[in-house]
Design a protein around this ligand. Structure first.
Ligand SMILES: NC(=O)c1ccc[n+]([C@@H]2O[C@H](COP(=O)([O-])OP(=O)(O)OC[C@H]3O[C@@H](n4cnc5c(N)ncnc54)[C@H](OP(=O)(O)O)[C@@H]3O)[C@@H](O)[C@H]2O)c1
Length: 277
């Protein structure tokens, strides 16, 4: 696997290329700051942007895309169907509403945000329809445990191409990662920086010093070397640059193991099996 620069991509099960690295835009509010932040990100080489109807900033992302000099086909845009919109017809309508806000003709990746019980399989059928109509280039899920993936795969034509889950050194998702690898489902990390809570971790700090890098850079490099797509969020231009500056060093096998050993199965978000949908 090569991660030579910010433009490096992985190939999903259907052949579509998706950047290993991107920007998550949760909690980035629409407005002038969002526009200039996203344009700055694009200038730095960011091509992948992760939003969701829940984030209430699809229109802001759409505006940044429409006013950017980067051609649409060079960008990779992800959105997600929210829990209260799940079900077959509801998902089709939610997709139309997201596309209207984004102002796009097609989406690159559409995800089921959470596995809402008794609904997510109907939602998946809607995603399959959108995919067959070429309105979206790839479809996937988010916050799915192995049993949710198995359930969807049992009676569907298409496997999810991506599973986006909480993933960081305190939640290394060993079984899920290996299951996804075996099934050719690309794992993607949300809250890769554990929302800033690893900034004072002494083990990560030591590894960062070994390479003259920051803790954030070490974690994001660890994602890449584990073949996990990563989408750190920041509202600061300097951190946009810092987070993307992870292509000039390599963590040793020993360092990878040390980071892996920090796992405590600790979540910042909800466990998908214990969510008040
Ligand atoms: N599918 C899902 O259910 C789900 C759930 C959560 C998130 N997501 C996606 O994943 C993306 C990332 O997750 P996240 O936003 O929850 O958390 P995150 O990326 O782990 O962390 C973001 C936090 O870390 C700070 N930060 C960023 N870069 C930093 C750096 N270099 N040094 C120190 N602090 C830094 C940010 O602060 P500043 O902004 O002030 O820099 C922000 O407070 C989201 O934006 C969203 O797209 C998906």
């Amino acid at each position: 696997m090569t991660f030579s620069n910010i433009f490096s991509t992985t190939t999903l099960a259907n052949g579509v290329k998706m950047p290993w690295f991107g920007l998550g835009v949760y909690k980035i509010q629409e407005g002038d700051n969002m526009l200039s932040l996203l344009h700055h990100a694009m200038e730095l080489g960011y091509r992948s942007f992760d939003t969701a109807s829940l984030y209430q900033n699809e229109a802001g992302l759409g505006k940044a895309i429409q006013t950017s000099i980067i051609p649409r086909e060079e960008l990779f845009i992800t959105s997600k169907v929210w829990n209260t919109d799940q079900g077959y017809e509801e998902t089709l309508a939610a997709f139309d509403a997201s596309m209207e806000r984004l102002g796009l003709e097609y989406l690159d990746l559409y995800l089921i945000h959470w596995p809402v019980p008794h609904q997510y399989k109907n939602t998946w059928r809607a995603l399959e329809k959108l995919y067959s109509e070429q309105r979206v280039r790839a479809i996937g899920v988010s916050n799915f445990h192995i049993h949710h993936l198995q359930d969807v795969m049992r009676d569907s034509n298409l496997k999810p191409m991506v599973n986006q889950v909480e993933y960081h050194p305190k939640l290394t998702q060993v079984e899920l990662r290996s299951f996804c690898k075996q099934e050719n489902i690309q794992l993607e990390a949300w809250s890769p920086l554990m929302r800033g809570r690893l900034q004072n971790n002494p083990t990560l700090n030591q590894i960062a010093q070994n390479h003259n890098k920051t803790i954030a850079q070490v974690i994001l490099r660890w994602d890449l070397q584990n073949e996990v797509i990563t989408i750190p969020k920041t509202s600061h231009e300097l951190r946009l640059k810092e987070n993307a500056d992870i292509y000039d060093f390599v963590l040793t096998d020993k360092e990878m193991e040390i980071i892996q050993a920090l796992n405590e199965n600790q979540r910042t978000g909800k466990d998908p099996d214990n969510f008040q949908f």
